[in-house]
Design a protein around this ligand. Structure first.
Ligand SMILES: C[S@@+](CC[C@H](N)C(=O)[O-])C[C@H]1O[C@@H](n2cnc3c(N)ncnc32)[C@H](O)[C@@H]1O
Length: 186
């Protein structure tokens, strides 16, 4: 489906999950993050803001949710400037001059401060027996269709032990979702 050989920017991805799913389907996909990539591949280690005006066909963006997620709402009053900055970053991504854009975040204040998401997906719709509501803001892309609805709907992330790497484990994109993006949007 679709044309082969799209130029794909995966913004704010250290895992390489979405990048590799697109590359396996023949696309020229690059990840970009301030952090190095966990999987060797085409990666730009820098702020993605410097690369938005390049010649991309599609961008999939996973901006930090730390100051935006509603699950952190009890801390909101202490961090208004961080929040404003995080929202500006999201706006810059959504307004990028790229024909097709998908931006992903948990239930967050993006909904009230920018706009409502186009879709809310769950890992259990894509082969992972877990719940984690994930919102998608879409530009010129169809909604993602579930690929493999499974039983077992635990909120696994809440059982992860606290520690310096917990955010990493929690934030890595699910394989089934990365694959569905590449199959349906590639
Ligand atoms: C919630 S994590 C997303 C992880 C992603 N789902 C993955 O599988 O790798 C947000 C990421 O945004 C990155 N980030 C923050 N500011 C950035 C910027 N200006 N340019 C590129 N990446 C940025 C952080 O380093 C962090 O890795």
């Amino acid at each position: 489906m679709g044309s082969v050989g799209m130029r794909v920017l995966v913004a704010c991805e250290f895992s390489g999950a979405v990048r590799e799913a697109f590359r396996l389907r023949g696309h020229d996909a690059w990840s970009c993050d301030l952090l190095p990539t966990e999987q060797p591949g085409q990666h730009i280690q820098d702020s993605v803001l410097w690369y938005l005006a390049e010649d991309w066909d599609l961008m999939i963006a996973h901006p930090p949710c730390t100051h935006l997620a509603v699950s952190g709402a009890r801390w909101f009053k202490d961090k208004q400037s961080e929040q404003a900055e995080a929202l500006d970053f999201v706006r810059a991504l959504l307004d990028a001059p790229i024909p097709k854009i998908a931006l992903e975040n948990p239930i967050s204040i993006i909904s009230s401060k920018i706009r409502k998401p186009d879709q809310i997906i769950q890992p259990w719709q894509f082969g992972h027996g877990e719940t984690k509501a994930t919102c998608l803001w879409l530009k010129e892309l169809p909604k993602l269709e579930p690929t493999n609805v499974v039983e077992g709907r635990e909120a696994k992330v809440h059982r992860m032990p606290p520690g310096p790497d917990r955010w990493r484990e929690r934030s890595r994109t699910y394989q089934g979702i990365a694959q569905a993006m590449a199959e349906q949007w590639g």
